[in-house]
Design a protein around this ligand. Structure first.
Ligand code: ADE
Length: 390
């Protein structure tokens, strides 16, 4: 097998075509993937029955979230919103409430708006082609390609972290995660692959599955791989070290001080701003700061003395949030504009982030949170992957 690692003389310059080797014999690659997939595929709820709407929901959920967590949430969400119209017509707060436990709530808003756009512009039928799909809110090239290929059989490419890793190893191409040039190369190769596939959706799902379960980041199980004989990374002995990890961005630390105040009417909650982290969701009243704040100062701000009862750290993609949880140490209601009471038994029906649930739980409020509901249950682990288009 010969794989070029630099463009040949006369080949297009970088910028017109991404540099990097062409994977040889792609018809054989796709044939082997398609033959392997039926016996290797995990049983996942969105695979039991295919529709554009089910794929739309599951692919949005799977962006940046582990399969095991989506498995826990998908059926409930579909029971709550069984049709695209039921989702499109629902108030946003109900969609956010049903999204609880999945995190990254921006995706729930995008899903809601995508459903409305499909209702209004496509007669409530999920469009079949990549261009129409990619024009919808929250749907990038990866998600559009996944839906178009898996549900509608179109020859549409996909590249996420798993696919980039599989293709890079197959070509023994030393890529780096998050490198735009590597992603351009992977999109080119993925496009070439689906163009020769007899069932592009099966080829794509097999690629995802291989990356998640066999061609894993640290210890690939090459002995179980249907592409082992064609894999240049395996032949060179470099597979496990390709691709190199992404350069990590510096993460900012911020300090949030949250007051949990409960009386017979329920827990006091405020709405977060319409933009930014957990936009529009509810939370216990919280004072945000770049530095930790003194308990006395917090008490003065809220108009009543408070005690600190817990601290925990919540890490998001760009920030480390250091939470301090406080409760009031005297009778009365704190002075907080726009706050409202939500009875404990209705908490599950409002939109609270995982962090807000944890704040409430830390204060000892007797609620069954989505966090405690899923704690201790572990679905099989697989490599997690993020689309390269988000
Ligand atoms: N990750 C993203 N899309 C997926 C899918 N359809 N099946 C399994 N994992 C995925």
């Amino acid at each position: 097998m010969s794989i070029r690692t630099t463009p040949r003389a006369g080949s297009p310059s970088p910028g017109t075509s991404p540099a990097g080797p062409e994977i040889p014999d792609l018809p054989l690659v796709s044939a082997r993937l398609e033959a392997w997939y039926p016996s290797a595929a995990r049983v996942l709820p969105w695979r039991s029955e295919r529709s554009g709407y089910r794929a739309l929901v599951s692919e949005l959920m799977l962006q940046q979230t582990q399969v095991s967590r989506v498995v826990e949430r998908f059926a409930n969400f579909m029971a709550r919103f069984p049709t695209l119209r039921s989702l499109a017509d629902a108030p946003e707060q109900e969609v956010l409430a049903a999204w609880q436990g999945l995190g990254y709530y921006r995706r729930a808003r995008f899903l809601h708006r995508a459903a409305q756009a499909i209702r209004d512009m496509h007669g409530a039928e999920v469009p079949e082609n990549v261009a129409a799909l990619a024009a919808l809110p929250g749907i990038g090239r990866y998600t559009a390609g996944a839906i178009a290929s898996i549900v509608f059989g179109q020859a549409a490419a996909i590249v996420d972290g798993n696919v980039l890793r599989v293709l890079s190893r197959l070509a023994d191409h030393e890529t780096r995660m998050g490198d735009p040039a590597a992603e351009r190369w992977a999109w080119r190769e993925s496009t070439r692959l689906v163009q020769v596939a007899s069932a592009p959706g099966v080829t794509n799902e097999a690629l995802m599955e291989l990356g998640a379960t066999v061609c894993t980041p640290a210890a690939p199980r090459c002995d179980a791989c249907p592409l082992a004989q064609q894999c240049a990374g395996r032949a060179s002995g470099r597979a496990a070290s390709i691709p190199t990890p992404r350069r990590s961005a510096a993460r900012r630390t911020i300090y949030w001080h949250s007051l949990v105040h409960v009386d017979e009417r329920g827990v006091l909650l405020t709405e977060r701003p319409a933009a930014g982290l957990w936009a529009g969701m509810l939370q216990p009243p919280t004072i945000e700061s770049d530095t930790p704040m003194d308990v006395t100062v917090l008490g003065t701000t809220w108009g009543m003395p408070v005690n600190q009862v817990a601290q925990f750290t919540h890490v998001t993609s760009h920030r480390t949030v250091e939470f301090t949880v406080l409760v009031s140490s005297s009778a009365g209601t704190p002075a907080i504009a726009g706050a409202r009471r939500v009875p404990l038994e209705l908490l599950e029906s409002v939109a609270l982030s995982n962090a807000a649930w944890r704040v409430i739980e830390c204060a000892g409020v007797p609620v069954k949170t989505p966090l405690s509901a899923s704690a201790g249950r572990r679905a099989p682990r697989a490599a997690r992957s993020a689309p390269t288009d988000s």
